[in-house]
Ligand binder design. Structure first.
Ligand code: CP
Ligand code: NVA
Length: 330
């Protein structure tokens, strides 16, 4: 695998072998970290992290991974830079790539991170856009591989809002690596038709499949993995809550759904609204009278829940993306 100098903007840009190579590299780097073996593969380099939306996992993963690889790291928060307000993306890219060896970007439209990459002379990594969240999928697939030992042929069910970053990226990842992807949601939350078509073609090549359905009871049968995400994503207006709760409540991941699967594991990119321990969770409870949303607390806290293993794997996989794109010898 030679990814030296490449951007990491979306999984569609990578071959199945390259994606599998990154997952393998992440597993190797994870084993090294656990064994206390230093792996300062990028000694002396520096990276910039641009976050136009908030983050816990992605930011911490980039920072810890950068330190483990021997790199310096500068964080630019949603309000603390000139980006977008006083300086264009193209100018920002040229300034930052003259100082840093790699740039992470989290924000709104995919076209922004694509433009940043176009004008940057160093690798740009997508830390989440409205359309895609590719580093998350590497962590999810490393987790599935750790639990099931393989990816090909895994029956993967995505419940809920499938037309946003997580639904899109998981569908692409499954199509590339030969998993059987099912999205279960009301029709208006299906991924866009063009992307579905692309993924159907990819699935044919990889031996996977793409299914879209509105029926949770049918969808659950034979599944190995059940995945969901929040019903309202960062950057969406508060006004959509009522509609989302009405539309997506029948697609909540609960014990009844999990019992209809083939002893599936539960996965979620996090953060998740599974209890009333958040301010948003409390507000929604006061307004709509529900005590959880996309997943019940029972499923979230169950022994089949892999969410914290998945969260840890964000760091190991992001480390692999940086090491893979910043070094020649891997
Ligand atoms: N899963 C994920 O991207 O989490 P953060 O928003 O905390 O980075
Ligand atoms: N769909 C979510 C994913 C968070 C990791 C969002 O964009 O807010």
């Amino acid at each position: 695998m030679n990814l030296y100098g490449r951007d990491f903007l979306k999984l569609l840009d990578f071959t199945p072998d390259e994606i599998e190579g990154l997952i393998e590299l992440a597993a190797t780097l994870k084993a090294k970290k656990k064994a206390g073996v230093p792996h300062r593969l990028c000694e002396g380099k520096n990276i910039a992290l641009i976050f136009e939306k908030t983050s816990t996992r992605t930011r911490c993963s980039f920072e810890v991974a950068a330190h483990d690889l021997g790199m310096g790291c500068t964080y630019l928060d949603p309000s603390g830079s000139q980006i977008g307000k006083k300086e264009s993306i193209a100018d920002t890219a040229r300034v930052l790539s003259s100082m840093f060896d790699g740039i992470e970007y989290r924000g709104y439209g995919q076209e922004i991170v694509e433009e940043l990459a176009e004008y940057s002379s160093v690798p740009v990594w997508n830390g989440l856009t409205n359309e895609f969240h590719p580093t998350q999928i590497l962590a999810d697939f490393l987790t599935i591989k750790e639990i099931y030992g393989h990816l090909k042929g895994i029956n993967f069910l995505y419940m809920g809002d499938a037309r946003y970053n997580m639904g899109n990226s998981l569908m692409v990842g499954c199509a590339k690596l030969g998993l059987n992807f099912t999205a279960c949601a009301p029709k208006k939350y299906f991924p866009n038709a063009e992307l579905v078509k692309t993924c159907e073609k990819l699935a044919k090549e990889s031996g996977g499949s793409i299914t879209l359905t509105e029926n949770p009871a049918e969808a659950a049968k034979g599944q190995n993995v059940v995945y969901t995400d929040v019903w309202v994503s960062m950057g969406e207006p508060d006004e959509v809550w009522a509609e989302r709760i009405a539309d997506l409540s029948p697609y909540q991941v609960n014990s009844k759904l999990m019992q209809a699967t083939d002893n599936a594991i539960f996965m979620h990119c996090l953060p998740s609204f599974h209890d009333l321990k958040t301010t948003t969770g409390k507000l929604i409870n006061e307004k709509f009278g529900i005590d959880c949303m996309e997943v019940t607390d029972e499923v979230f806290e169950s022994p089949r829940s892999a969410v914290f293993q998945e969260a840890e794997n964000r760091m190991h996989t992001i480390k692999a993306v940086m090491a893979g794109t910043l070094t020649k010898s891997l």
